[in-house]
Design a binder for this molecule. Structure first.
Ligand code: ADP
Ligand code: MG
Length: 349
């Protein structure tokens, strides 16, 4: 009974462990979308279609035309710690070329939803699907589908009511999804990314490879036309290789930092220090509580950054963080000065 077992140390059962772990990876529908879009990108997709219902609470579907998953590998795809992307810690230390590497996204999503993975490998003649409901893996079924992969997530958090209760209104949850999908669409202008909510298409990028065209599709004409190209190569001994992308005219702003998209070695990173460095570069040219648009790609030597900080992976750790931030601010400032949009501040250093 409760009294006599109190204080005793017991090992948690598998399904409890899974659901606790899931809470760290899957916080809300947008975290599911992020993981699925990353998988599609890692699969080399040139088209990714994201469709969500009611802010992602009732349904999330991500389809791609990537390399697909062979039928025999489907059970492993939804198993914990199973990945095709790294083999050992040395691969991770050397710097991963893929967005995923922990092999835990599909298994944890499957622990807290009804997950269906349907796939047909490139060149394959047939497709197959596998469903996981609250961690219970079903049987592989044949499925008619095009080459590529479709992942469907229904009834997210149906078996973790506490987590479900903390979800916000549909529109708020959708805003988070919109932010995530927008970031990836911008980071991958060579991939055609579309986002629809309740049967309404929000945006669709062309996949032409042009960053400005992607910005036009995601943010509209006014923003696209105000964007200034940034291209900065750091010196030999600096902890940054290059800083490239687009930043907005100091008068094209919004009231949140959500439009400051920063990527480190193509990985989406939300670290507030990075966003702060961009804002610093504007050197007091922004109105109070206004933030610019930016799509900024920071390239650093893979060995100078640790991406293995947090399961949600939007944080990274740099070897010389202060200097990295300084260089970003400098790159932004110089770009604005060169465009005649701001005057140079007092010389740095
Ligand atoms: P990770 O991305 O860290 O490897 P996941 O749980 O997200 O872990 O995915 C497990 C494995 O399933 C991946 O390593 C990959 O081999 C396969 N996979 C998942 N999604 C896709 C997809 N959209 N296309 C092709 N393979 C996929
Ligand atoms: Mg993944």
């Amino acid at each position: 009974d409760a009294e006599s077992s109190e204080g005793r140390i017991e090992t948690l059962d598998e399904s409890t462990v899974q659901r606790i772990a899931a809470g760290e990876v899957v916080e809300r529908p947008a975290s599911v979308v992020k993981e699925l879009v990353e998988n599609s990108l890692d699969a080399g997709a040139s088209r990714i279609k994201v469709t969500v219902e009611t802010g992602g609470k009732d349904g999330i579907r991500v389809s791609d035309d990537g390399r697909g998953i062979p039928e025999a590998d489907l059970p492993r795809a939804v198993e914990e710690h199973a990945t095709s992307k790294i083999r050992d810690i040395d691969d991770l230390e050397a710097g991963v070329g893929s967005l995923g590497f922990r092999g835990e996204a599909l298994s944890t999503i499957g622990a807290v939803s009804r997950l269906t993975v349907r796939s047909r490998p490139q060149g394959g003649t047939t497709g197959a699907e596998l469903t996981v409901e609250g961690g219970n893996v079903g049987e592989i079924q044949p499925a008619g589908c095009p080459e590529g992969t479709t992942v469907e997530v229904a009834d997210l958090f149906f078996n973790t009511p506490a987590r479900k209760k903390f979800l916000k209104r549909d529109s708020t949850e959708f805003d988070h999804i919109n932010t995530v999908v927008s970031q990836y669409a911008l980071a991958n202008p060579d991939v055609a990314v579309t986002l629809s909510h309740n049967d309404r298409e929000l945006f669709g990028t062309e996949g032409s490879g042009s960053l400005r065209s992607a910005v036009l599709s995601v943010y509209g004409r006014e923003v696209a036309e105000s964007m200034i190209e940034i291209e900065y190569s750091a010196g030999e001994d600096e902890p940054v290789d290059s800083i490239t992308g687009l930043i907005s005219h100091p008068e094209t702003t919004r009231s949140t930092r959500a439009y400051l998209a920063t990527f480190v070695n193509e990985r989406y990173v939300t670290a507030s220090a990075l966003r702060g460095a961009v804002v610093d570069g504007y050197g007091g040219q922004l109105a109070v509580d206004r933030y610019p648009f930016a799509v900024l790609f920071v390239e650093v030597p893979p060995t100078a950054v640790d991406v293995n900080v947090h399961p949600r992976k939007t944080e990274v750790r740099f070897d010389h963080e202060d200097r990295v931030m300084e260089l970003i601010g400098e790159a932004v400032e110089r770009t604005l000065v060169d465009s005649g949009l701001i005057r140079s501040s007092a010389p740095r250093g």
